[in-house]
Design a protein around this ligand. Structure first.
Ligand code: SAM
Length: 218
């Protein structure tokens, strides 16, 4: 199905410039940068705000939520080291932009959103663009048990702690990327499941996300 929005030389050029900005900020994974260059981020914006789509900023998508900043999307994606065919659980579908980036890298994405109006919009927009993820509505802080284990798990909202249930749904050798902190700022945390009961945890840079709200969250 053809998408109603246009993606011409102007938008493609703007994406190339965005890729250069991300490189300058330290994103170096060529596959991630190629995915950023490919996914039309303006499709996630109301037409009135297309001029904002290729700035390296988060932007409101309604209902108090945001489409993540391209740098943040690239940063989290780089940490996941996606391999073709990876089964990825994404918590916080939001606009679906991050979902598309993961799918461009060859992941099979299981994505969950707790807000029904955001969910309703995204399950229409993504298939219209040709991205067929597995969409779920509900509290992702508990993961999605019935499809576990996952090679990778990404949380795109700020958590107060690393939910135990997410660790359990990670395959051995798998990677979880999650921002953890208070309401004002969070550290990006990478957890690698080394064995049945062993996990390696690395703490990285500081970010500011909207809160992860749920049973295993705020
Ligand atoms: N990565 C998304 C994008 O590219 O647009 C941005 C996600 S936005 C920063 C975070 C999303 O997480 C919001 O849509 C919010 O409703 C959702 N969220 C918060 N808590 C959640 C939970 N427990 N389960 C699922 N989604 C949740």
């Amino acid at each position: 199905m053809a998408y109603k929005f246009v993606d011409n030389y102007r938008e493609k050029g703007a994406r190339k410039k965005l890729v250069e900005i991300l490189k300058e900020r330290g994103i170096s994974d060529a596959k991630v940068l190629r995915a950023i260059a490919k996914v039309p981020r303006h499709f996630f914006f109301d037409e009135t705000f297309w001029n904002q789509a290729y700035r390296d900023i988060a932007f409101p998508i309604g209902d108090g939520q945001t489409i993540s900043q391209p740098y943040t999307v690239a940063y989290q994606t780089e940490l996941l080291h996606i391999q073709k065919g990876d089964k990825v659980l994404e918590i916080g579908t939001g606009s679906g932009y991050q979902t598309c980036i993961l799918m461009e890298l060859g992941a099979e994405v299981f994505t969950i959103e707790r807000q029904s109006n955001i969910y309703a919009r995204t399950i229409k927009v993504l298939p219209g663009m040709g991205y067929h993820a597995h969409f779920f509505l509900g509290d992702g802080s508990k993961g999605i048990e019935q499809h576990a284990p996952y090679n990778k798990i990404i949380v795109t909202a700020g958590a107060p702690f690393v939910p135990e249930l997410l660790l359990k749904q990670l395959r051995i050798g798998g990677i979880l990327v999650i921002p953890v902190g208070d309401e004002k700022s969070q550290k990006m945390i990478t957890v690698i499941r080394v064995s049945e009961n062993e996990y390696d945890r690395i703490e990285l840079d500081t970010f500011r996300f909207v809160p992860l709200v749920g049973d295993q969250a705020w």
